[in-house]
Structures are given as structure tokens and as C-alpha cells.
Design a protein around this ligand. Structure first.
Ligand code: UD1
Ligand code: UDP
Length: 381
């Protein structure tokens, strides 16, 4: 089998690394296509190095742009590679513009698409990610749903064939890397932080940082927290914080503003945080895997399993609500323990292996194909 793996952003590199490893273990070298949606060293290459991934076959250097520019340019460049390589399957992961471009370019060339992390829904169509997820799922032949809930979302939209509940590859990535991080990363001593003495924050989502009022509300929360705040800042957020004149306010309030971190340093910081506050999808998942309570700086989540399990609470950018929960977590030990011991709903860390094994079985039995129909609609004579 000749699979192509198409990716382009930080979370895709992290979450596809277990799939790439599983292919290599089975003596299959996937064709690696990096769109270049993320291009800064600390948003891309650092992960390729730390996760010891093989050389990328195609660097497409798509870069930044409007939604349509980025997606369109990625589609054009991906199509050229696919026409040249004609892989047996294109594998995409998650909900970025790279995913949409990869899925559309592939299915239109009749190359079957396998979507990893299929079936997530926030039910908020104002998010670019929601549109990407829906369209990628409906372009896919094979859908790897992380949970039963995700599978049910697909069923509701009429997608029932070739849906496999395999867990989320983020568990594989966390388990494969947190021991290495524990040993290798010196981030706590470098920053002078004691375990469980700080709140780890990340915020980068378009709906939070591109809107001045909303970002101001977020900054109001971060500058009022009763504990040291550590915030590795995504480039989108840095740009907006500076543009809206909020960067200096955060800095002078004592918030530790850092460049985006590599995976090993980030995992170490995350595992040792008192709590995390985030709008990231992947970090909501990692927090429950690492037994760290999570307050999500959003009004909805496509990871409702984390909320149902009791490890995650949505606080939006509501200052009173957020501060009330932070205070409760500090003062009420039983409440803290309950959140921290919530059960990880994303599987056992063998999702990468399962995905590869299912794809190989489908391919060997000739079922890895874009479906055609021989059904003739009855017509009146
Ligand atoms: C994208 C995904 C989002 C995901 C995030 C992961 C979409 C629609 N959004 O958002 O779902 O959570 O990746 O981190 O695909 N920039 C740099 N250097 C880089 C990359 C980006 O400076 O290496 C800056 C540019 O100013 C760019 C902005 O960040 O315009 C946004 O980047 P983009 O890739 O469009 O979206 P993300 O916010 O990263
Ligand atoms: N991450 C990282 N360094 C950072 C921030 C995040 O390595 O400074 C990792 C984090 O551990 C998680 C992933 O990046 O695995 C999440 O990516 P991001 O928040 O950018 O995207 P999302 O998951 O929201 O799509």
C-alpha cells in the first residue's frame, strides 16, 4: 500500500506522528506532504525533529492567507503532488484548512480519503474548523472516529459505512512522549517554576483573538488570576495582542509570555500545571489524559466527552465564572481531585496501530476505493 499523509499545522504533526510510526513499523513508508500552513520553526520543524519523523517528501510552502487563499493554494499544490504520486489513500487529520484542501483535492482525483479524528462537531458553523470537519467527513471513504459520540454525529449526517471508533491518536502521542519529556525537558527549572504552582494558558482561536472586545475580555481574565500565569503565545494571538494594544498590559501584569514551545517542554509544563485554561482542542484532550483540570475559554466544544467525564468546564471569556472556578479549584481539594481524576475518554494509546491495521485490511481486500453506484433510478416509461 502507498499511503499519502497530508498535514500542515502543529497539532496535525503531533497527532499524525503515531500513525506515521505505525506505518513504518509495518514496513510501509508513507508519502509525507507538508502544506506549510505552519512554517515558523517553533510551529513546525521543532515537532518534526522532536518526534523523530522521517524526511518530508513534499514541502508545499502554502503559508498564511485568507481562508479561501490558504485553502485554494493548498488544493492546487496538493493536487499536483497527488497527480504525480497517485497514492492508494490520502490520510488527513483534524479540522484545519490543510485538511479540507487535502480531502477535496484527493476525492476529486478519486483517491480515497481517510479522515483521522472524524465526527467531531461543535455545532457552531461560524468556526472555520466546523466547516472543515463537516466537508472533510463528507469527502471521506474511511472515517476514524475517536469516540462513540463522534460516530453518532456521523450517523446523524447519514455517514454509516467504514466508520471505525479507534480512540484519539493524541493519547498515543502523550504516552509516547511524556516519559521522554519528564527526563529531557528542563523547562520548569529554566522558568523557575515549582510543580502545581502555576496556571498554563493557551489561546489562539480565531473567535477569541481576532475580535478586539473578546480578546480584551480574555486578557481581563488572565490579568486577574490569583496564581502565576504561563502563556506560550501562538503567532496569531501575538499578532492580535500587539495590534489591539493588549500585549504590554499582559506583560506588566506579570503573565509569563513565552514563544510557542516544543512538544516535550509543553507536555512537561502541562503535566505539572495546577490547571490549564485554553481554547485549544488538543489541549482539552491532553489535560484529561494528564489528569490536569481544564477550564476551556470557549462557549462550546467539539470535545464534549471531556466535559461529561468531569475533567473540563466551559467558561467562555466570562471573568466572574472563570475566577469562581479557579478559586474553587484552589480552595476545595475534593473538587480539584474530582476534576483531576476524570477518566480519559479517548482510548488506550493504540489508535495509530489500529488505524494502520484497518487501512491495510481494507486495501488488501480491495475495499479501499471511492465508491461508485450502479443503481439506476427507476424512470417512467
Ligand atoms: C490553525 C487552524 C486551527 C488550529 C491551529 C493550530 C484553520 C482554519 N485553523 O489556526 O484550527 O487550532 O491552526 O495551531 O486551519 N502564523 C505565523 N507563523 C506560522 C503560522 C501562522 O506567524 O508558522 C500567523 C500568521 O500571521 C497567520 C496566523 O498566524 O496569518 C494564523 O495562521 P493560520 O494557519 O491561518 O491559522 P491558525 O490560527 O494557526
Ligand atoms: N503545543 C505545543 N506547544 C505549545 C502549545 C501547544 O507543543 O506552545 C501542543 C499541545 O501539546 C497540543 C497541540 O500543540 O498537542 C495543540 O495545538 P493547538 O493548540 O495549536 O491546536 P488545536 O489543538 O487547537 O487545533
Amino acid at each position: 500500500m502507498r499511503p499519502a499523509i497530508i498535514f500542515g499545522t502543529r497539532p496535525e504533526i503531533i497527532k499524525l506522528s503515531p500513525v506515521i510510526r505505525a506505518f513504518i513499523k509495518n514496513d510501509i513508508q508513507p508519502i509525507l506532504i507538508h502544506t506549510g500552513q505552519h512554517y515558523d520553526y517553533e510551529m513546525s520543524s521543532i515537532f518534526l525533529e522532536e518526534l523523530e519523523l522521517p524526511e518530508i517528501d513534499y514541502h508545499l510552502e502554502v503559508g498564511s492567507g485568507t481562508q479561501a487563499e490558504q485553502t485554494g493554494i493548498a488544493m492546487i499544490k496538493i493536487e499536483k503532488v497527488l497527480m504525480n504520486e497517485v497514492p492508494d489513500v490520502s490520510i488527513v487529520q483534524g479540522d484545519t484548512n490543510t485538511v479540507l484542501a487535502g480531502a477535496l483535492a484527493s476525492v476529486k482525483l478519486l483517491i480515497p480519503v481517510a479522515h483521522v479524528e472524524a465526527g467531531l462537531r461543535s455545532f457552531d458553523r461560524t468556526m472555520p474548523e466546523e466547516i472543515n470537519r463537516i466537508l472533510a467527513d463528507h469527502s471521506s471513504e474511511v472515517l476514524f472516529a475517536p469516540t462513540l459520540e463522534a460516530k453518532k454525529n456521523l450517523e446523524r449526517e447519514g455517514i454509516r459505512e467504514n466508520v471505525f471508533v479507534v480512540g484519539n491518536t493524541i493519547v498515543d502521542a502523550v504516552l509516547q512522549n511524556s516519559k521522554i519529556a519528564e527526563k529531557k525537558s528542563k523547562i520548569l527549572s529554566e522558568l523557575g517554576l515549582e510543580p502545581k504552582s502555576y496556571i498554563l494558558v493557551t489561546a489562539h482561536r480565531k473567535e477569541n483573538v481576532d475580535n478586539k472586545d473578546r480578546l480584551k475580555k480574555l486578557v481581563d481574565i488572565l490579568t486577574s488570576l490569583p496564581m502565576q500565569v504561563v502563556y506560550p503565545v501562538h503567532p496569531r494571538a501575538e499578532k492580535r495582542l500587539k495590534e489591539f494594544g493588549l500585549w504590554d498590559r499582559l506583560k506588566s501584569s506579570g503573565v509569563m509570555l513565552l514563544k510557542p514551545l516544543g512538544y516535550l517542554d509543553f507536555l512537561k509544563l502541562e503535566k505539572n500545571a495546577f490547571i490549564v485554561m485554553t481554547d485549544s482542542g488538543g489541549i482539552q484532550e491532553e489535560a484529561i489524559i494528564l489528569n490536569v483540570p481544564c477550564l476551556t475559554l470557549r462557549y462550546n466544544t467539539e470535545r464534549p466527552e471531556t466535559v461529561k467525564a468531569g475533567g473540563n468546564i466551559l467558561v467562555g471569556v466570562e471573568k466572574d465564572l472563570a475566577l469562581r472556578y479557579v478559586k474553587k479549584l484552589i480552595e476545595d481539594e475534593a473538587f480539584y481531585k474530582r476534576m483531576a481524576s476524570a477518566k480519559n475518554p479517548f482510548g488506550d494509546g493504540r489508535s495509530g496501530e489500529r488505524i494502520v491495521s484497518i487501512l491495510m485490511t481494507l486495501w488488501e481486500s480491495g475495499r479501499l476505493k471511492v465508491k461508485t453506484s450502479n443503481f439506476i433510478t427507476p424512470q417512467k416509461a
